[in-house]
Structure formats: C-alpha cells, structure tokens
Design a protein around this ligand. Sequence first.
Ligand SMILES: [Zn+2]
Length: 464
Amino acid sequence: MKKLAALTSILLAAPLFAQPAAPPPPPVTVAPWIHALRDDALANDHYAWDITEGLTTEVGQRMAGTAAEARARAWSVARLKAMGFSNVRVETFDMPVWVRGPESAEIVAPFPQKMVVAALGNSASTGPAGVTGQIVAFDSVDALRAAPDAAVRGKIVFVDHRMMANQDGSGYGQFGAPRRQGPTLASQKGAIAIVVRSIGTDHHRNPHTGVMTFADGAKPIPAGALTIPDAEQLVRILGRGQPVTMRLRLESTTIAAAQSGNVIAEVPGRDPSLAPVMVSGHLDSWDQSTGAIDDASGVAIAAAAAKRIMDAGRPLRTIRIVWFGAEEVGLFGGNDYLARHGKEPHYAIAESDFGADRIWKVDSKLGEARRDEARMIGAALAPLGIVTGSFDEAEGSDIGPLLASGVPGVGLSQDGTRYFDIHHTPDDTLDKVDPAQLRQNVAAWTAMLGVLSGGIEPNARARR
Ligand SMILES: [Zn+2]
C-alpha cells in the first residue's frame, strides 16, 4: 500500500498534459561539392602519404632545437612551396635543448641481468659511471607521495602502473602521472634516481620516452622509463623478497638556447579581410624514431586537406597551415604562435596529433551562433563513419592555449586503440601508418575545411 500511495503521488505530481519534447532541428544540407571532395580524397589522396613518407625518409628523426629539426624546417619550406602554397615562411624562436646520451640499466643483485631503458626528457645525467642503488617500488604516484622520505632517501624509485589501451586515449592522462609527477616527488624525497614503467600499452621491449619537468624547485635527478616487459620482470624480481640493486646510466647534455621554429603556409582566401581557418600538426619528433605517427602524419593530413581545397578552387577564407616546432619538449611552438598571433582573429583552428588511424568522432566549439555550421561538419563527415560528439569541446596540444582563450575550434578524434603501443618509442616508423586510414583522415579534414573555408570558387583546372 505504501508503494501504491507513493506511485499515486508521483502520478498526481506529473503535469496533466506533458510537454512534447523539443522537435529535432531540421537537417542541414551539405553542398554536393563537399561530398565530392571528401569522396575523392578518400579514394585518391596521395599528398598525405607523400609528405609522411618524404619527411620520415629524407629527414628522419627531428628532435626539437637540433640540427635535424632545422633540416626538417628547410625540407618543409621546400615541400610546401613545391605544392603551390603561398606565404611559406618560418617563425623562429629560442628554447633550451636536452640531448640524450648513452643509456643502460641493469639489475646488479640478486639476479644480475640487463634491462632496456630510455631517459625521460629533461632527466639529469648520471655521467658515464652511472648510479647504483637499491630499488624502492611503488604501484602508483599516490603511493610514492604518501611514502615517508626515509623510505626513499638514497634509493632508486620505481613506479609501476597499468595503462590500458582505449579508443579515446584517455589513459594517457590518467596513467601519465608517474612520468610527469614521479621525478619531482622522488627528488623531493631524496631519491638518487627514478625509473617508471613506460607510459604505453604494448608488450614490446621498446621504452616510451616523453618530457617531464622538475617542479617546485626540485633538484633534477636521473629519470628513465623501463620497457613494459622489463618493468614486469622487475616486479617479479622484487616479489622474491630480497633487496634489489640497479645500476642506471642515463647520460645527457643540455644546451641553454637553441633555435626552433614554426613553419607556416597559406591558401589565400578570396576575401583577405576574413579571419583564417588554421589547420596544424607538429613537425618535431622524439629522437629515437622517425616520428611517423607522432606527428609526420599529422602535419601531412592538415596540409593534404588544404591542398585538396586549393586544387579545387579558391576558398572564401584563407586557410593557414601551421607545422609547429618543439611540441614534444614543452609546446614551445604553440606558445610562440600564441604570443605572435593569439590576438589576431581565427575563424576556427584544428590540430592533428594522434596518429593516422581512422577518425571516429568530431567535436567542435564554434559557439552557439554557429551551431548549424557545426552540425554541417557532422553531416559532411557522417558518411565516413564519424559520429558527432560535443558542440562545446575541441582539443589539441599546440593549439590548447588558443582554444582555452576562446578561439573557435574543431577536434577530429582518431582511434587511439594502438596509438600508445608505439607513441614515443623507437618503433614509431612509417610502416605503422595505414595508407587507407590515412586517406580517411584526409577525407574528413577536407570536408571540414570545405565547410569552414566558406565555399570554393572553382578554378579552371577543377572545372575541366
Ligand atoms: Zn605529438
């Protein structure tokens, strides 16, 4: 009875005539030429592969601030000019550079054996003699934070964790803490060095590097990442219950000021008074591989889409391509662009920096007044199997500060399931790029640019 009374009161509280749900907005119409450009890119694009293959083959690895990155800028200027873009230029800036040296790790006792390690960016150098110490292990950064200093002082900290692969790559934020915060915490507690389980999802003997900084005045200490199989081996060795001693050699040098730069090119719009649409990726890579998925394919996707619009005719708005320098080591290129151009209006911005696997979702943050335009991007991308996500979200590494300051943006999310198997390892090479999925990326970016660039006046070549 009590239940029935409650039900009755709920029924009585409900309005007698329920309001009908708001009708769905009328469907938006995507211009046929946008469908045609998208489908042509999906079937035929070769620009993105040509750039990815060319940059990784002819330049190779291109660590920020090094001569290799300077070669990459020269290569990029020549390639973008050859593709017919306008206003091709480099905006240089200075930055500190950390350079990897010889590195090794070995268990000295109780079971002597070699392990595979990579220094994290900004690690202190052990010098050629290395450091030797007892391992103190934690299964998370929180456990390290909670440990008394006396348990850590004079030892080599090891931080374990278990990052799982997922489609949206969100594990990187969650499980990246051992790399980002672990070294500072270990240093503050008096550790002589730290090794973390690589922030990755593979089971290969490839260490995953990445940048970290010593915060809050913490003294730099040597900091490295063990491969995932080696981290699991270390856990087994520790599980035998005897003290474990490691010898760690992570040599490196730093240069106070070296030059990096952003490479910029444009497709001039018919109305130069209108704010440009900016598409981007980052040109620098880590030093152990050719950076095919991070981020040669990203700069390639952005430029290939702009090129396909340019081939078809003149867009209303200028399309600006930015290949950022020095992303990996601390978003120096993004910050330089922000300082120089952050006050200029941008119609929309986007960045490709999550590999080259197929895009599955489009988010945007164009503002309430441009909701139909956001819906049109979704409709233009839907035939590629791409779902429309949020209308109030967009993200990107270098463009993050611009987005945060309110610049409108679009975020095309790639499938990240295998991205962290390869990310920041010596295994980030051209063979990991699937040409068919790369074309799907270009098709999506081309359709997005078709909407955002405001209509094309077909050129003679495109009309033929
Ligand atoms: Zn990247």
